[in-house]
Design a protein around this ligand. Structure first.
Ligand SMILES: Nc1ncnc2c1ncn2[C@@H]1O[C@H](COP(=O)(O)OP(=O)(O)O)[C@@H](O)[C@H]1O
Ligand SMILES: [Mg+2]
Length: 310
């Protein structure tokens, strides 16, 4: 039984179709990035999945239980952070967790045990007894994740977990998600940031204007698409050097963009990128910088999500 199964799900706001006939299955232990531009329908999908909104049609199952007909049972094994969390400023993380645990029907002992574990997971143990009023947005987001994890859910659903955070906050939240990936929890997280999904997730589902455009592993999506690297050199490249680079195994095209700059495209992932760099250095060209311009997955995204959208 798959942790998350969505079948032909649609959600209309009046006549407007925000999610259109969406089907998506997430396997256990996988982290799926739900990617799309603003207004694509990510939050709407997540709200239907977490019973904050009612679907117009279609079905959604969490751990095999129908969310629409049995929301309480379906959400039993789910932790979710959907809206930007707000906490009573005078409460401490310990108190916030205790409150959530009580609502969830956990025993005092279970709450104490789990509070310690989740505060450690989200790196808030040191401020467990400090009031949240002075916490940064990132700390509050981490506390919200701790709350979602308190009852040991097998599924974690996060809507734009790093949105609105400063760079440090973003990195810290991503690190926590990366830590969770090592456990057997199943994660569905939305994001409008391509590099974030590529860095954190195993699989990517791309949604645009309510329609699922693709759903595959990051590796598969990248395969077969070119990566372009800009190379700056100390001295102008000679014609023999240019020919030698052009002849390198993985390379699909070489363009001289300036006297001291080349654009090299090739197919493949990080290993190909390494081989290309080594190959170029072996030709004797004096490379001063080697900068991937666009990751393969960006090509996929640009093809699937056309211009002119928010
Ligand atoms: N309550 C609502 N009433 C009407 N339209 C809405 C409502 N919520 C969202 N929408 C519209 O539905 C579309 C999808 O929104 P949303 O799911 O929030 O997208 P995302 O989270 O991907 O940015 C957008 O065009 C948005 O304007
Ligand atoms: Mg949203």
């Amino acid at each position: 039984m798959e942790p998350i199964a969505i079948e032909h799900l649609s959600k209309k706001y009046g006549e407007y179709v925000a999610v259109n006939d969406l089907s998506l299955t997430v396997e256990r232990g996988v982290c799926v990035g739900y990617l799309g531009p603003n207004g694509a329908g990510k939050t709407t999908t997540i709200k239907v999945l977490t019973n904050l909104l009612r679907a117009s049609s279609g079905k959604a199952y969490l751990n095999g239980v129908d969310v629409i007909h049995h929301p309480k049972a379906a959400l039993d094994g789910v932790g979710a952070v959907v809206e930007t969390p707000e906490f009573y400023p005078q409460l401490t993380p310990e108190e916030c967790l205790s409150y959530v645990g009580t609502i969830r029907g956990m025993s005092g002992e279970a709450i104490a045990d789990r509070s310690h574990a989740v505060l450690e997971q989200v790196k808030l143990l040191e401020v467990a007894d400090k009031r949240t009023g002075k916490f940064s947005k990132g700390m509050k987001q981490r506390l919200a994740i701790a709350q979602a994890l308190l009852h040991e859910p097998s599924i974690l659903i996060l809507d734009e977990p790093t949105s609105g955070l400063d760079p440090r906050g973003m990195v810290e939240v991503r690190e926590i998600i990366k830590g969770l990936i090592k456990t057997d929890i199943t994660i569905l997280m939305s994001s409008h940031l391509l590099y974030e999904v590529q860095e954190v997730c195993d699989k990517v589902a791309i949604i645009d204007r309510g329609v699922l455009q693709t759903y595959d592993s990051v590796a598969n999506l990248s395969a077969g698409h070119d990566v372009t690297v800009t190379i700056n050199t100390l001295e102008p490249i000679t014609p023999p050097e240019f020919r030698a680079i052009n002849a390198l195994h993985d390379i699909t095209s070489v363009k001289r963009t300036e006297t001291l700059a080349l654009k090299v495209s090739f197919t493949g992932g990080p290993e190909a990128q390494f081989r290309v760099l080594r190959g170029i250095l072996n030709t004797g060209v004096k490379v001063v910088s080697y900068m991937p311009q666009r990751a393969a997955i960006e090509d996929v995204y640009l093809q699937l999500v056309p211009e002119g959208e928010a």
